[in-house]
Design a protein around this ligand. Structure first.
Ligand code: DX5
Ligand code: ZN
Length: 223
């Protein structure tokens, strides 16, 4: 039985108590920390940028999974690496030369991920999936936490799983948006490897217990 990677999304954390929130993640069973950078252009919202990534990177003991919802992410590869990211995920829709960007992310010493908006089919990844370490499927429209899960994601995971198998890729499948008690087990059964959860973790009364529950779900779900 495979182990699920749990990556809580800092976007839903209490920014007035960021150090405490990161300490909670450090003490928890979270595998990674998901960080959402938004520019107000690629998505209709602005979150936080590199000064915050750097500050968090200094106290966070978990690998940082950085999700860039910005135009021209290729201009920020060095800054993302400097901040200490383990993985840099760029949007397919934001990259004109995705192969070049993926190569540069690897050259900078990071794992490379590519994210797809809900309306972008997995077939666009046919010629790149072998070169990436992770594919992030957005299960809500990017830009905001706390949105309703888009059901089509389940089918999309199946199609991506087939594409990964057909191409001999080793890419992990990450799902981001609307992950909670009802959707998480179904995502695991469908073939997700990494679950991102923002509101479900940080807005709960006991975030550590919710993270534990997500990990426990993964080991009790029949695949
Ligand atoms: C949305 C972000 C997500 C967000 C998920 O654009 O990419 O990572 O934090 O939030 P929840 O889990 O609350 O849907
Ligand atoms: Zn995200």
């Amino acid at each position: 039985m495979k182990e699920i990677i749990v990556s809580p999304s800092l976007l839903a954390a209490n920014f007035l108590d960021l150090r405490q929130e990161v300490e909670m993640i450090n003490q928890s069973q979270a595998d990674w920390l998901h960080m959402d950078v938004m520019d107000g252009v690629f998505v209709p919202n602005i979150s936080f940028g590199f000064p915050v990534l750097e500050a968090v990177g200094k106290v966070c003991t978990k690998p940082m999974d950085v999700h860039l919802m910005i135009v021209h992410p290729e201009n920020y590869i060095e800054q993302t690496a400097q901040a200490g990211a383990m993985l840099m995920c760029v949007h397919y829709e934001a990259c004109l030369h995705l192969h070049r960007t993926v190569s540069k992310i690897h050259e900078a010493g990071m794992k490379a991920g590519v994210a797809l908006n809900p309306s972008t089919p997995v077939s666009v990844l046919e010629d790149i999936v072998k070169d990436v370490d992770l594919v992030l499927l957005m299960s809500v429209n990017p830009g905001f936490g706390g949105q309703k899960f888009i059901e089509n994601t389940i089918e999309k995971i199946h199609r991506l799983r087939q594409l990964i198998a057909a191409t001999g890729s080793t890419a992990l499948i990450e799902v981001d948006g609307g992950v909670q008690a009802e959707t998480a087990p179904r995502l695991i059964v469908a073939g997700a490897d990494v679950l991102v959860a923002g509101n479900y973790v940080f807005k709960s009364t006991d975030p550590t217990a919710v993270i534990h529950q997500l990990k426990h779900l993964s080991s009790s779900t029949t695949l």
